[in-house]
Design a binder for this molecule. Structure first.
Ligand SMILES: [Zn+2]
Ligand SMILES: [Zn+2]
Length: 296
């Protein structure tokens, strides 16, 4: 689906509505909404560019996500504009990181820094090469990690969008994402109670059984349930006592203009707090559901 200026305006309105209606999550909205806006604008800007990934239907059918079928990323992808958009979003949402992001942006803009060359560095986050690269770039390691996490998400979202139509023709029965292999951070219940799992990394969504646990594939009504809070029937969390994981879930059967999943996930932060206090772990740990990150 093509992204238009109207879509970007709608996103801005939805963010403002959430900011007004849900004052208890203002800090999360302030932190992550500039990145949401910049991601939308960047995806619109690069939508003409599409270096298509070849999907192997046999491997796909066997549950092998695209990220394990071959290299999703290419050096020709629009890394420079992605890096600049992420740096801008982070500096607006995380004022403490603004200085580091300004320094990084100027290195990206004048070609001294190639974001593609950095992208696999996040896998080394606990190791010495990561810290020394951060020192070379003169930015804090945790801020570099935040930058790389979102840079990866921006590009994965672009890749997922490029193959959405193709994947719609194939069937996928796994609880992890068919594009990038991550577990979902959110589920949305749509028409006829169908459950759509949402990937927090590449923003892909796929249909999945409502009774089965996406994380451990366990299906037993005695060990899985939905937690409701304060009589609110729209926002719940699926819990599985087999693997002690949960999945925040929003029921939106008749929504006219779909709210972006990133925004919905943030509006359910109160459920994350309750579930984590009960000893459950999110199926996908993201900056917006692991407590304390907005104070970065
Ligand atoms: Zn994904
Ligand atoms: Zn489970």
């Amino acid at each position: 689906m093509v992204i238009t200026n109207d879509d970007i305006e709608t996103l801005a309105k939805k963010i403002e509505q959430a900011r007004t209606a849900l004052p208890h999550i203002t800090s999360l909205i302030n932190a992550f909404s500039p990145l949401m806006m910049d991601k939308g604008r960047w995806l619109m800007e690069v939508q003409e560019y599409a270096k298509k990934f070849t999907v192997d239907p046999v491997q796909y059918h066997d549950g092998k996500p695209l990220s394990q079928q071959g290299q999703l990323f290419s050096p020709d992808d629009p890394w420079k504009s992605a890096g600049l958009a992420v740096a801008r979003g982070i500096s607006l949402g995380f004022p403490n990181a603004a200085r580091d992001m300004t320094a990084l942006s100027s290195q990206i803009a004048d070609g001294r820094l190639d974001c593609y060359a950095l992208i696999n560095l996040s896998e080394l986050q606990d190791e010495a090469p990561f810290a020394s690269r951060a020192a070379e770039l003169d930015i804090e390691p945790e801020i570099l990690l935040l930058f790389l996490r979102f840079l990866g998400r921006f590009m994965l979202t672009k890749k997922a969008r490029d193959v959405t139509a193709e994947l719609a023709l194939l069937s996928w029965a796994k609880g992890y994402c068919p594009v990038c292999g991550s577990f979902p951070h959110l589920a949305i219940l749509r028409e006829n109670g169908q459950r759509w799992l949402q990937c927090g990394e590449c923003s892909h969504e796929w249909k999945f059984s409502r009774l089965q646990c996406p994380h451990c594939e366990h299906e037993d009504p005695a060990n899985t349930s939905y937690l409701f809070v304060d009589g609110n029937k729209e926002d719940t969390a699926f819990t599985c006592t087999q693997c002690q994981r949960y999945l925040v879930t929003s029921s939106r059967p008749t929504e006219l203009h779909q709210t972006p999943a990133d925004l919905i996930a943030i509006t359910l932060a109160h459920l994350d707090i309750i579930l984590q206090e009960k000893g459950f772990t999110p199926m996908a740990e993201c900056e917006w559901n692991t407590l304390g990150s907005p104070e970065l």
